[in-house]
Write a protein that binds this ligand. Structure first.
Ligand code: NAD
Length: 424
């Protein structure tokens, strides 16, 4: 093997766009779907690249750049978050929009995938600047979005307030209130009850179903969670309500471990008070690598991409890995986890609770009738269990990984829609 080839294989392929293209191609083949499905899905149907000027607080004008990727309209309008981050790239936004297609498909939502991003560092912007960036981006992409075209939502470093400004800007442009143009809004502007907890709730529902399948008693089970933000901290609370002992968690500033189980409610208060889980009384510090390789039943990566690399995967000792985060496991690591008989609940299934309740928000906006939190949770439960069942039966019948099975279930739906439209 030539030296460059050795170097190339030694470095794991981490470009998310190439990863998802390859995963789609392989799943289309494994599912016996027409090759044209992979051909059509290898690129987004539409990508919008924009630049827009924003007046900063010091009076200067700065030009911001952003993107919106709309992967496929086979199943309906596109749907997916908007990310504000200094390292946003077009490839990343395209890949994330493709993952959204797969995520919507696995649950059976009437959407294709979308994703947007603005290259900026929100931590360096004042509230006023953040608002002007949010409004500027929406003015730049307004012609390409809408409740029946493409419906954005929050993603990394965007939140309900940003969604409120964006919805307001779009409504001013169109001259009428359009709450259904965007989800993840504050409740008063048409946000859905239960949305805040939805990702973690969906994740815990599929963990519960998977545990039943592999004969894991949750009352006796232990869990380690990487990331203690929206997804991780709420998953910790919901798991502990089911009797699971949460023995380790971390965040960007440190990790904590207690083999007897952490008091999750007290830990949430500690994080609120100090800004981190680190230093939680009665716990020992733990590094990220130690956390990911801790002997436990359930490991939940709920932080960033590419955390479980091949080297980490060799030492993971959990029975279930539930991907609350998007893309936390590299393709090489995935193969290793499977070889070690670890059940991986893939991101497109395990964190699909968020987009599912975003869908509920859109439905409620369109019908202008709002559900109770209990109704939202019941509907989420029904869709998550149904999705888990179809992925798990494909996994058993076809003898593939859970990730491949989830892709196959999802792509079969997209393919059926394409065929009915006469695209294939
Ligand atoms: P968040 O910003 O609320 O929390 C992220 C957490 O990760 C924080 O506690 C942060 O300190 C921690 N973190 C950052 N770097 C870390 C590191 N190197 N080691 C350990 N912890 C680290 O974000 P979130 O909404 O909880 O999202 C987490 C993941 O879940 C992301 O991959 C996101 O794409 C995915 N996700 C979230 C939702 C949702 O609805 N919130 C939906 C789908 C997927």
């Amino acid at each position: 093997m030539a030296a460059e080839q050795i170097a190339a294989t030694a470095v794991e392929e981490l470009n998310p766009f190439h990863i998802v293209q390859q995963e789609i191609r392989q799943a289309v083949e494994a599912a016996g779907l027409p090759a044209a499905v992979a051909e059509i899905l290898q690129e987004p149907a539409r990508v919008v690249a924009v630049s827009f000027p924003v007046r900063m607080d010091n009076g200067e004008v700065r030009l911001f750049r952003g993107f919106r990727s709309q992967h496929t309209f086979a199943l309906g309008p596109t749907k997916g978050g908007i990310r504000f981050h200094p390292q946003v790239t077009l490839d990343e936004v395209k890949a994330l929009s493709m993952w959204m297609t797969l995520k919507c498909g696995v649950i059976g939502l009437p959407y294709g995938g979308g994703k947007g991003g603005v290259i900026c560092n929100p931590k360096e912007l004042s509230q006023g600047e953040l608002e002007r960036v949010s409004r500027g981006y929406i003015r730049a992409i307004a012609a390409f979005i809408g409740p029946d075209v493409d419906i954005p939502a929050p993603d990394v470093y965007t939140n309900a307030q940003v969604m409120a400004w964006m919805m307001d800007e779009y409504s001013q442009i169109t001259g009428r209130p359009v709450p259904a143009v965007i989800t993840g809004k504050p409740i008063i502007l048409g946000g859905s009850l239960g949305r805040n907890e939805a990702t973690a709730r969906g994740c815990v529902i599929v963990i519960r179903e998977a545990a039943r399948e592999i004969g894991l008693d949750l009352q006796q089970a232990t869990a380690a969670i990487q990331g203690f933000g929206n997804a991780g901290s709420i998953a910790a609370r919901l798991l502990s309500e089911l009797g699971v002992r949460v023995i380790a968690v971390n965040d960007s500033r440190g990790g904590v471990y207690n083999p007897d189980g952490l008091d999750v409610a007290a830990l949430v208060r500690h994080k609120q008070a100090t800004g981190s889980v680190a230093g939680f009384p009665g716990s020992q510090p733990i590094s990220t690598e130690e956390l990911l390789t801790l002997p436990c039943d359930i490991l939940i990566p709920a932080a960033l991409e590419n955390q479980i690399t091949a080297a980490v995967a060799e030492r993971v000792r959990a029975r279930i890995v539930a991907e609350a985060a998007n893309g936390p496991t590299t393709p090489e690591a995935d193969v290793i986890l499977t070889a070690h008989n670890i059940l991986v609940l893939p991101d497109i299934l395990a964190n699909a609770g968020g987009v599912t309740v975003s869908y509920f928000e859109w439905v409620q906006n369109l019908q202008q009738y709002y559900w109770t939190e209990q109704e939202v949770n019941q509907r989420l439960e029904a869709l998550m269990v149904k999705a888990f069942r179809s992925v798990y039966s494909t996994y058993r019948e076809k003898n593939v990984t859970m990730r491949r099975a989830a892709y196959m279930v999802s792509l079969a739906r997209v393919a059926e829609a394409m065929k009915s439209r006469g695209w294939l």
